[in-house]
Design a protein around this ligand. Structure first.
Ligand SMILES: C[S@@+](CC[C@H](N)C(=O)[O-])C[C@H]1O[C@@H](n2cnc3c(N)ncnc32)[C@H](O)[C@@H]1O
Length: 255
């Protein structure tokens, strides 16, 4: 799906997420294992809250014949990419991409996915509490969220995105404690390696950098260059090594 999407280049500026397979930091081997484990739980229904273009959702749904899936996001352009991917995989009849606010979705599912989108609900605690209600008893949640690798100093925070606070993320054990406190049991706890962050940030920036190489004199080039340089600073001088990312596979007990 990646190459076909990347080929769609815009004369007005860089494409969005054209070099990324999915919009969260993850190595392909880890992604494939998550797909396998999600499919092995044999869900009849799947929902992905904050799905983007739903690469994970599509790959899991493709492995579970008959499963009905909904991808929920507020970004219409990303949802269109999701629909194109589902059509190309021949699963568009049972995988629906819905423009909706994730926090307002109320239809439960056997398998709930929510990767990199806790802010739709508020804090990570808010997200885990609300997502618990969406998981059918006996079902699963695959939850992806930022974590601090160590508690950041004021100087660390000042070099990150504007208004980043220490309360924005927590240490991995504390995030798992929150999941347990809302009623889940942890089936797998994993945190990414630094190389997975570096790959993600490089591929995120590649849209801008490749476009800049081909369009150095474009009227928008200065603005795109400034945005790319600022983002690279937030990554390499800011969050690199301090901010991590965790994937929690969580089970909801049967009633
Ligand atoms: C970091 S991206 C992750 C996308 C996807 N889960 C993935 O891993 O590829 C976060 C996504 O959440 C979506 N989002 C943010 N707030 C939302 C909301 N209130 N309702 C639905 N989607 C939301 C964004 O549009 C974006 O696609």
């Amino acid at each position: 799906m990646l190459l076909a999407w990347r080929a769609m280049t815009s004369h007005d500026g860089p494409v969005r997420f054209g070099h990324l397979d999915c919009n969260s930091p993850i190595a392909s081997w880890r992604f494939e294992r998550q797909v396998e484990e999600c499919a092995a739980s044999s869900p009849r229904s799947i929902v992905d809250i904050g799905c983007g273009w739903g690469e994970l959702l599509q790959r899991v749904a493709a492995r579970v014949p008959g499963a009905r899936a909904h991808g929920i996001d507020s970004d219409v352009e990303l949802l269109e990419r999701g629909r194109a991917g589902a059509a190309a995989r021949g699963i568009a009849d049972r995988v629906e991409f819905v423009e909706y606010r994730g926090e307002d979705w109320t239809e439960p599912a056997d398998l709930v996915l929510s990767i990199g989108a806790p802010h739709a609900f508020g804090t990570s605690e808010d997200a885990l509490r609300e997502l618990f209600k969406l998981v059918e008893p006996g079902g699963r949640l695959l939850f992806g969220d930022g974590i601090w690798n160590r508690v950041p100093t004021e100087a660390d925070l000042a070099a990150m995105w504007p208004e980043t606070t220490v309360d924005e993320w927590r240490l991995l054990p504390d995030l798992v404690d929150v999941a347990v406190a809302v009623g889940f049991r942890p089936l797998r706890v994993e945190a990414i390696e630094q190389s997975e962050w570096d790959d993600f940030e490089s591929q995120y920036l590649a849209d801008k950098e490749v476009w800049l190489l081909a369009n150095p004199g474009h009227p928008k080039a200065a603005e795109v260059r400034e945005a790319a340089d600022r983002h690279r600073d937030w990554w390499l001088r800011g969050h690199r090594g301090v901010l991590g990312f965790a994937y929690l596979t969580l089970g909801r007990p049967v009633d």
